[in-house]
Design a protein around this ligand. Structure first.
Ligand SMILES: *Cc1c(COP(=O)(O)O)cnc(C)c1O
Length: 353
């Protein structure tokens, strides 16, 4: 399996034996070990798996001031036979280094990301709940650590992978507000990169939408607020008259989700026509008026498919009866069945460890 053996410092006080797996909530609990690596003098060193613990940072560390920080989100699953598989981590590896380049951070070597992840998940596989829809969330990230307040790319970095058990992710159908003022991403900007600042910048408009009674916003293009882009931190898909339409990633303002790419392949195999193109809000509203707008849902690693029950454009409200929806639920089942090994993984998307 691995050609590099990463040293492991065992946690002498693991929480796993007494951890109550029934209590798992996304993002709150972390496993007993983590991987860390340091970048200095142009190379990555000190690759080690060690007890999960706080890290020490100089208060002047670049990441704390100018936001050179990127991350990924991946899931590992345990099937009924007890086998553990990670879903398409090679795609996250590629995207991580795409994000790194945009933020002027060094690329992470494949073996540290891929073999490091596999060795860490192997060590922590006892943390993966074996119940349906449960998983182990894998969070690789990189931060700039130069103790220097000048604005320039840091010369030192830390790469880490932490893991957390994740329960069956139930998200209530969302009420969505179509954003017409604030923006998530601009052409020429950093929307295609999974860098921290994108998420900090989204909090204010989302809070405003929540004060109006919505759960999330549907982001529109920064220039005209005419075309839809993403829903919250997920890619978005519309079903209009039986056809699936999802915004194109060409302008660099839509993050290239692994779930999005996988969904397009599966939906086509399931017999749906899928279009990747610019989709105007006016086209969505027109389709709704004609009774042709059937479904809207978000796609992403966390929830796979997140249903939308209401979409509002100003005063105009579009409501969806989730009981009659077909595409979203069928896609969710198909992807979950692949991830849990219930149906053949004919694309080789699962990396068994
Ligand atoms: C991570 C993310 C997604 C979903 O990507 P997946 O690889 O499917 O998890 C979509 N949009 C944004 C803005 C994201 O950060």
């Amino acid at each position: 399996m691995s050609s590099h053996s990463i040293p492991v410092i065992k946690n002498e006080h693991p929480k796993l034996p007494t951890f109550n797996m029934d209590e798992v909530a996304f993002g709150k609990h972390f496993t007993d070990h983590m991987l860390t690596a340091d970048y200095e003098n142009g190379e990555w060193n000190n690759v080690v798996i060690k007890p999960y613990s706080p890290i020490e940072l100089d208060p002047s560390s670049a990441v704390l001031h100018y936001g050179q920080t990127i991350f990924e989100g991946i899931k590992a699953f345990k099937n009924e036979k007890g086998e553990v598989a990670i879903f398409r981590p090679d795609q996250n590896f590629i995207r991580f280094n795409t994000s790194a380049e945009r933020m002027q951070m060094p690329a992470i070597p494949e073996w540290i990301f891929m073999e490091g992840m596999q060795q860490l998940v192997q060590l922590e596989k006892g943390w993966i709940p074996s119940k349906p829809d449960c998983s182990l969330y894998i969070r690789p990230f990189m931060i700039a650590t130069d103790p220097f307040l000048g604005v320039r790319p840091s010369q030192t970095y830390k790469f880490m992978i932490i893991l957390g058990p994740s329960g069956a992710y139930f998200s209530a159908p969302m009420k969505i507000y179509i954003e017409q003022h604030y923006t998530r991403a601009t052409p020429g900007g950093v929307g295609f990169a999974k860098n921290g600042g994108n998420y900090g910048a989204s909090l204010y408009p989302v809070t405003l939408a929540q004060q109006k009674g919505y759960d999330q916003v549907l982001w529109t293009d920064a220039i005209e607020h005419k075309y839809v882009e993403e829903v919250g931190m997920m890619n978005v898909m519309f079903v209009i008259d039986g056809k699936v339409i999802t915004p194109s990633t060409e302008r660099g303002t839509v993050l290239k989700g692994v779930t999005r790419a996988s969904s397009i392949i599966l939906l086509r195999e399931m017999g749906y026509e899928v279009e990747e193109r610019n989709l105007a809000v006016s086209e969505i509203v027109d389709a709704h008026k004609k009774g042709l707008l059937q479904e809207v849902f978000g796609v992403g690693t966390a929830a796979v498919v997140s249903y939308i029950s209401k979409l509002a454009h100003g005063e105009y409200e579009m409501n969806f009866d989730l009981d009659v929806q077909k595409v979203g639920p069928a896609l969710k089942k198909h992807l979950n069945d692949i991830r849990m090994g219930n149906i053949a993984d004919k694309h080789g998307w699962l990396l068994y460890i």
